[in-house]
Write a protein that binds this ligand. Structure first.
Ligand code: APR
Length: 320
């Protein structure tokens, strides 16, 4: 059987890390695409030279030509501008919308059967725009946010409870922005809900609220420290988990920005919800019961995403 093909659109910090992880995990052959000449080729050569040490045979090429993504099974999009200190995700909107148009057309013309994972921010608006510009079926275009946000939430909770991250399972819903909704009610340590752990005196509501807030601004905390860019290791790891779920038909239940039409009272919006990813792409959207606080937080988040979509439509007439 021929190897799978992974195309990475954007060969920056996340793109390079994605390529490294995909090669080490032997997910398939890799094409690193970027508009800048030399960078994808240089990174591809550098990464290929990991092969003899790591023992992988994946072919990694760099390209500035969309024709090279033809036949890709999975495409992960990180093309665009990353957030700088003081810049909100939403400031990125105008710049990255233009990038999504070029990428969407490149995918439509060269790899229309791929499963596409968008990472470019502001995520919920960019994944929607990418789907519109590419014309691919909704279940084949998904945004990476919830896996990263819940990884951040899990990391902070594992520290708080002094337990292994392996035993922490968290849930984050809504948009990938300051209005995201970490759902405490569905977050557990080895199956024990966080509210029960608070009752046992292992933490307090105030401390958990502070962790929720830190999770919401988790991206910004890293931007402030790095000063010249945004997070890339954990975003890349999260994107790879979603690609593996598709390639290996894992039927993983992951929080992702998916097209929700009908469930959660939404009518055709990309927003973070639990989905099942398998060989069919987004195979199901799972609707969970939310308490009143989570419901109203989700509404705030949905409204923020809708505002972003309106802003996109105002910038690009073809999206109306
Ligand atoms: N087509 C292809 N690649 C592009 C295009 C385009 N039209 N425009 C820009 N790029 C490339 C840049 O040349 C750069 O190599 O996208 C890459 C982005 O890389 P970085 O600046 O290193 O950004 P990164 O940290 O990888 O983040 C990428 O993901 O999390 C989000 O907010 C983040 O939107 C940002 C994206």
């Amino acid at each position: 059987m021929a190897r799978k093909k992974i195309a990475l659109i954007g060969a920056g910090n996340i793109g390079g890390t994605l390529a490294h992880l995909a090669a080490i995990k032997e997910l398939g052959d890799i094409v690193l695409f970027d508009v800048v000449e030399g960078v994808p080729q240089g990174k591809a050569l550098d990464l290929s030279q990991c092969g003899p040490v790591e023992g992988f045979d994946a072919k990694i090429i760099g390209s500035n030509d969309y024709a090279d993504i033809a036949g890709a099974d999975v495409i992960i999009v990180t093309a665009g501008v990353a957030r700088k200190p003081g810049m909100s995700r939403d400031d990125l909107l105008g710049i990255n919308l233009k990038v999504m148009k070029a990428v969407g057309e490149g995918i439509k013309n060269n790899a229309p059967n791929a499963f596409v994972i968008c990472i470019t921010n502001p995520l919920d608006a960019m994944v929607w725009a990418l789907r519109e510009f590419s014309g691919l079926p909704h279940h084949m275009v998904v945004g990476m946010a919830g896996v990263l946000d819940s990884a951040r939430f899990s990391h902070f909770l594992a520290d708080e409870f002094e337990v292994s991250v392996r035993d922490v399972n968290t849930f984050v819903l809504g948009g990938h922005g300051d209005t995201m909704v970490p759902v405490v009610q569905y977050s557990t340590v080895a199956g024990i809900p966080v509210p029960d752990l608070i009752e046992q005196g292992r933490s307090t509501k105030e401390r958990i609220d502070a962790i929720v807030q830190r999770t919401r601004s988790g991206g910004g905390e890293i931007v402030a420290l790095l000063k010249t860019g945004s997070a890339y290791y954990a975003p890349a790891t999260s994107g790879i988990a979603m690609a593996e779920a598709y390639l290996n038909d894992q039927k993983r239940l992951l929080p992702c920005a998916a097209h929700v039409d009908g469930k959660y009272g939404l009518d055709g919006l990309y927003v973070g919800v639990p989905v099942i990813i398998g060989a069919g792409g987004v195979e199901q959207i799972v609707e969970i019961k939310l308490d009143d606080e989570a419901k109203s937080n989700l509404q705030v988040s949905v409204d923020a995403v809708k505002e972003l979509l309106d802003a996109c439509k105002a910038i690009d007439e073809s999206l109306k």
